[in-house]
Design a protein around this ligand. Sequence first.
Ligand SMILES: [Zn+2]
Length: 392
Amino acid sequence: MSLPPLVEPAAELTVEEVRRYSRHLIIPDVGMDGQKRLKNAKVLCVGAGGLGSPALMYMAAAGVGTLGIIEFDTVDESNLQRQIIHGQSDIGRSKAQSARDSVKEINPLVEVILHEERLDNDNVMEIFSGYDLIVDGTDNFATRYLVNDAAVLLGKPYVWGSIYRFDGQASVFWAEHGPCYRCLYPEAPPPGMVPSCAEGGVLGVLCASIGSIQVNEAIKLLAGIGEPLVGRLMIYDALEMQYRSVKVRKDPNCALCGENPTVTELIDYESFCGVVSEEASAAAVGSTITSKQLKEWIDNGEPIDIIDVREINEYEIVSIPGARLIPKNEFLMGNALQDLPQDKRIVLHCKTGVRSAEVLAVLKSAGFADAVHLGGGVIGWVNQIEPEKPVY
Ligand SMILES: [Zn+2]
């Protein structure tokens, strides 16, 4: 499947540009037309880290006219093993500014736009809407789903990549013409299942292998040449030195780009991906019970108040016997605290244990010292205690 170019060509190339890009211009598939399209292109790179480094450097060299960089972090010594856009003298500097300086050194003709902030629900739509294409170099699941959902909602394509140890993956997600990230990965892995680069390590040069695929696909999409990586997932194994490509189909049941979407706006990605705040994980230490423990307490008639902190529609799908519903926000707004009993132990639960841990932190700081939450949430409860009940 070939697709039309994403970008209209610029009016002309200057003499300086013709000199600089001559090795592109003599490739028939690129030529003046393709190079003029690159000149007119606005590409946003999410992150200036492992994947963002090679992606930004090669896009700059290739003559992509406008490069946006969204990055809030600073350069750390441990980044330099793979984040080659930064150097020794950049340690401690803003990654965005360091990346901009390297881009300008490679190609001063590129216009660089810095977004020195964390990508979030409040800024993503406005930032993305200023660009033709997004290159995703994020390293965490919450941002990955945020990038995907915003791109689909805005009808924009993006080039995705991921890296871990010796393994890399890349694809182009464009819901208009193929699958989105959620078609491939409908659910985020449970927290802690997939270690980050900081925890699991990454071979530095793997970033170049995957980042260069991303740039390759970006150039093809912008110029409208070749077979874009839409509907295909590239899987690279650096130890075996093998590239495989597998077909990825659009999922008609995809929550976002399927026939009956249930995700029609941005959601709470931290909660979706099970990211637990520091306060919540601290509160959960020593105050997390199992489904079996809860079952025992219920059977023994212990004085407990089971509070489900999910939303009403979730409660209607499946609930734990005797649990009453007080959605998480009621606690965060401070409305729910006065209704809690002082003579019973509070047992909180949610779907998987993320939201209930957050509420537990609120309760602990309000003086409910013996409050606990159910590890694994109602999903764990159904799996272990009431397997005949539905899960969602
Ligand atoms: Zn989808």
